[in-house]
Ligand binder design. Structure first.
Ligand code: GLC
Length: 723
């Protein structure tokens, strides 16, 4: 075996083949036999160089040592302990797919846990299952046996021997299979029939550092606006403007905070993008102005498929400028909501720019504050798009088999840019996504159902998205299809009260599930939970900023914060908001109690103020209007009080809740909606509490804050500060 070095690229050869090792930075290595230089995956390229050394037949980087077996399989060690190892045997898990070409085999251990993979239901740990990355819109109930969902996020975070973590990212946009210890418990097999044998290994001491390193490859998540963290209401569909106005006034009447109402496809004129039905919605501008006065933003849905209709501006533009996908040199037609539909060739920059311009015009003319991008897997009713559907880019042809998984992302790119060009933080939601989509949009997890099993799946799913560096994610509250029940709706809002994207949405033909549709008790609980969320908004916003800077999740599984605690590896029914807040909801019909494990440290019950010792299990009694909510001792939580919506200029008080013991905290503040924060226009408040000694320092002061007062409350005193 011979190893040659050329700067950060190593080539290892035996008699039969050669393999490359690219040192991206001190924690990220790219291993490939062959790399697709025209790949649709765009690597983020802001890397700090690091030194690596060739010593005999080993590569040394930092504390890591990379060595090779005679067949060029890779072993990575740190302090003589193996962290990562490829499997010697060439195993093909998906034998039925004759086309499969690339085969990556990684050794798992008896005690391995495999996390990540974006939206794949239903548990955090994916070991024992197989999955396919192929963006799919299939309404049958998503459960743990479901192989493909809407997103393809080929990121796997592996833990073994309790304290060792590594992650794999497979950058190909082609259909990819993952067999995760299913055929052989000690083997993780990744295979693809077109993708290259090329993957990233990401190392680090814990999930947090690994997730951040991963985010440095795929790009950092979008920065949320403040309002995006607010409560949202949707329905397929509110059929006319009066219905929409009534929703807003009911929210006001029942005193439940609300920040956005969504218009689903029926607001359109015959389901045509960038049009609206002038009979049922005479003026979107008037409607959005009416809602804006009540602090509510209007979001409109935009579908990927474009109605085939001569004379319809969008169709004509795409066809006349050769910007639609084709098959055998004809514009390719399938069926979506408008009937016969064509598929914009978003691979082409001109299509992206056209959608950007349409979005700019649309949001300006109609006062729209958010775009909801749907059916962008792309979904199609007359069978899937054939593999050989073409997207032409200059002289090059990209086939559907390659662009399928990144089609959703290519759709949202232009929409995202439109907001940026208007100096607005992009409010873009997408259903389909690839790993890099986190830069352009937040997500929701598609068509769940009003089932208890889907409620149970919601937390691990949002957490899996979070640890895959998609911090801005959520599910349809109440469940999308089927009729929800009062109890299920209550438990949905309780469990998801900290989900970054919080929207109640339901399908056509199901019973209405707005908060007031059941008993007054239901309404009361819904209000209580949404109010509670609004209290925690400044804390969530801090986490959103951190997510944007470091790629870390807002809502996390316990193992993310306590990676070396053996008891938390498979906790699917408790979640943490950042480092300091733990939520344990009821997820079973009829249940009024549940067990809860509290990790290391001491914990204060938010409601009773009782103190609990960590690393122990407890039985919690929880009535229908109760959740388990614990704050880590020594935390300081920035909070707001009694808000009906999140418009920055109307918020005049910031309260640091320091009733959980002495501690220190830094809170971030900006205007919540523009891109000025990128120019440094933000504030940082440092709070230090030591018994009666309370200090708040404004350690950065570059945004003109509307806060009239900043308060710190402890168990004994309240102190006010004016800046
Ligand atoms: C899709 C979306 C759903 C939407 C429906 C109609 O099924 O996932 O949220 O309501 O289409 O537009």
């Amino acid at each position: 075996m011979v190893i040659e070095q050329n700067k950060n690229l190593f080539c290892v050869k035996n008699k039969a083949e050669k393999r490359f090792i690219e040192i991206i930075n001190e924690n990220v290595f790219r291993f490939f036999y062959c790399k697709n230089d025209t790949s649709l995956f765009e690597i983020n390229d802001t890397f700090s160089p690091c030194s690596s050394l060739l010593k005999k037949d080993k590569i040394l980087i930092n504390d890591y040592e990379i060595s090779f077996s005679p067949s060029l399989k890779i072993i990575v060690k740190k302090n003589d302990e193996t962290i990562f190892e490829e499997y010697e045997e060439d195993y093909f898990a998906f034998k039925e797919d004759k086309k499969q070409k690339t085969n990556i085999n990684i050794r798992l251990e008896d005690d391995s846990y495999v996390y990540g993979l974006g939206d794949k239901a239903k548990f955090l740990n994916h070991k024992g299952y197989e999955y396919i990355s192929y963006n799919t819109d299939d309404p049958t109930p998503h459960n743990e046996q479901y192989k493909s969902l809407y997103k393809s996020i080929n990121y796997l975070l592996v833990n073994h021997h309790n304290d060792k973590y590594f992650a794999i990212f497979y950058p190909s946009t082609f259909k990819t299979y993952f067999n995760i210890g299913k055929d052989k418990s000690d083997l993780l097999n990744i295979s693809s029939y077109k993708g290259e044998h090329d993957f990233f290994l990401i190392l680090g001491k814990d999930p947090s550092s690994i997730t951040s390193s991963y985010a440095s490859i795929v790009g950092l998540p979008l920065m949320s606006s403040l309002k995006m963290l607010g409560n949202q209401q949707s329905r397929w569909s509110y059929m006319n403007e009066d219905e929409v106005k009534e929703i807003a006034s009911k929210y006001k009447e029942y005193q439940i905070p609300l920040d956005f109402i969504h218009l689903d496809i029926d607001y359109m004129d015959h389901f045509k993008d960038f049009t609206f039905n002038k009979t049922t919605f005479p003026s979107l501008k008037d409607l959005s102005t009416h809602l804006a006065k009540q602090g509510v933003g209007l979001v409109t849905i935009l579908d990927a498929g474009v109605k085939e209709e001569k004379g319809y501006e969008v169709y004509d533009y795409l066809v006349n400028n050769n910007l639609a996908c084709t098959l055998d040199n004809e514009v390719y037609v399938n069926e979506v909501w408008p009937g016969r539909s064509i598929f914009p060739n978003f691979m082409n920059e001109n299509t992206k720019d056209y959608f950007k311009d349409c979005t700019k015009k649309w949001i300006k003319e109609n006062g729209i504050r958010g775009m909801w991008c749907d059916m962008n897997e792309p979904a199609s009713f007359k069978g899937p798009l054939p593999d050989n559907v073409e997207a032409k880019v200059n002289d090059k042809i990209i086939y559907h088999e390659e662009f399928h998984n990144i089609y959703g992302e290519s759709m949202v790119k232009g929409v995202c840019e439109a907001f940026k060009e208007e100096n607005m933080r992009p409010y873009v939601i997408t259903r389909a996504a690839f790993a890099t989509t986190t830069k352009y949009a937040m997500c929701w997890n598609g068509d769940n159902q009003s089932l208890w099993s889907h409620l149970q799946a919601s937390l691990p799913q949002v957490c899996s998205m979070g640890i895959s560096s998609f911090p801005l994610d959520g599910v349809d509250i109440g469940g999308f299809s089927c009729d929800t029940t009062e109890e299920l709706l209550i438990r949905f809002i309780e469990a998801n009260m900290f989900s970054p994207f919080l929207r109640n949405h339901s399908a056509a033909g199901t019973i209405h599930q707005e908060p007031w549709c059941f008993s007054s008790k239901c309404l009361e609980v819904y209000r209580k939970m949404v109010n509670l969320r609004y209290k925690f908004i400044p804390y969530m916003y801090d986490l959103a900023y951190k997510a944007h800077k470091e790629g870390t999740p807002i809502l996390r599984p316990l193992f993310f914060n306590y990676p070396f605690d053996k008891n938390v590896k498979e906790i699917n029914d408790e979640v943490m908001l950042g480092d300091n807040v733990l939520l344990a909801p009821i997820l079973t019909q009829g249940a009024r109690s549940r067990s809860i494990y509290l990790p290391q440290g001491n914990w204060i019950n938010y409601f009773t103020k009782e103190e609990y010792q960590g690393e122990k299990e407890y039985l919690l009694h929880l009535e229908i209007d109760e959740v388990g909510l614990f704050i880590k001792k020594g935390s300081i939580i920035p909070t707001y009080q009694d808000l009906m919506h999140l418009e920055k200029e109307e918020i005049d008080t910031l309260i640091f809740d320091a009733r959980y013991g002495n501690g220190k905290y830094v809170n971030y503040e900006d205007d919540g909606e523009s891109l000025s924060y990128l120019k440094g226009q933000y504030n940082l408040y440092e709070v230090i509490v030591n018994d009666e000694d309370i200090i708040v320092n404004k350690i950065k002061n570059d945004y003109d804050s509307p806060y009239k007062v900043v308060k710190v409350i402890t168990n004994t005193i309240t102190k006010e500060f004016n800046f």
